[in-house]
Write a protein that binds this ligand. Structure first.
Ligand SMILES: [Zn+2]
Length: 277
């Protein structure tokens, strides 16, 4: 490799982290309530993932709006609709957001049981009878919360998004020029920096859940498409298991939702104070 090219690479390796650090202020946060509309997500005995995710997302947004003045909170949905994943990415990318937080509810394989799910009316010999209606749910003893950050095998998609929305990522016009061979290196460094920040955010959120005595299942990497298409750091928070009866009750309760919101909120605050130092 010619010495000049090597020097240029070295220059960017050294220069880039500080360029990214300058842009670390968290001005816009995207909250993404998982699933919605015809896509209910995981099912519990008394609730559906899409509804719990939306309730917690709206409460979290309210708390952030109230306490983080001067920062913008953006939602991918505020009602029972299903925006497809590319639409969710587009909302985040076009807003030039600094963080993407997706809220989901976990479920896990286990024992299949029959539970009553309301009533139905049957007519026999001209007479109407009320009968119990049943559904099958899979129960689990798994519990706790976990955060996912983007797995490396979807890194190409992440880098594609960073390239496409380069100007909002770098705030330096012309830095990401598709015709410049250096661009791929710069994009890869942004992608790496975003992953590190995503892990930091996930860790801060998990610490808060752990302090509430929720089981801490950790921060994990997974090739989730929802995290791949946005040109910014992001995490997917699994707030509990919908097919664990106790956790489902907790997530449906006012106190449970308030505590979950508090944990994610404090995790975001801790993240902001470490990156904006
Ligand atoms: Zn989900």
């Amino acid at each position: 490799m010619p010495t000049k090219a090597l020097l240029v690479i070295l220059f960017f390796c050294i220069a880039l982290p500080s360029a990214y650090a300058d842009k670390k202020k968290v001005e816009k946060i995207v909250l993404d309530a998982g699933h919605g509309g015809n896509e209910p997500g995981a099912m519990g005995r008394i609730s559906k993932e899409k509804d719990l995710a939306l309730q917690v997302t709206l409460k979290l947004g309210k708390k952030l709006e109230k306490n983080l003045r001067g920062r913008q909170i953006i939602y991918t949905r505020t009602t029972d609709v299903y925006p497809k994943l590319p639409e969710r990415h587009k909302i985040a990318n076009e807003a030039k957001a600094d963080l993407f937080i997706s809220i989901h509810v976990n479920s896990s394989g286990g024992k299949r049981i029959r539970v009553q799910d309301g009533y139905r009316y049957v007519t026999k010999n001209g007479k109407q009878y009320k009968q119990a209606r049943y559904k099958y749910v899979t129960t689990t003893s798994a519990s706790g919360t976990e955060c996912f950050v983007l797995g490396l095998h979807r890194n190409d998609q992440k880098e594609g998004a960073i390239g496409e929305y380069g100007e909002s990522v770098t705030e330096e016009p012309g830095l990401l020029d598709p015709n410049d061979p250096m661009t791929a290196i710069i994009i890869a460094q942004y992608s790496q920096a975003f992953l590190e920040n995503s892990v930091l955010l996930g860790t801060k959120i998990q610490e808060q859940f752990a302090s509430q005595n929720r089981l801490d299942r950790g921060v994990k990497q997974k090739g989730l498409e929802v995290l791949a298409g946005s040109a910014m750091p992001g995490v997917l928070v699994e707030i509990g298991f919908i097919n664990n009866e106790e956790e489902e009750q907790y997530m449906n309760s006012e106190q449970g939702q308030d505590e979950i919101v508090e944990a994610i909120y404090k995790g975001i605050l801790a993240y902001i104070s470490s990156v904006e130092r």
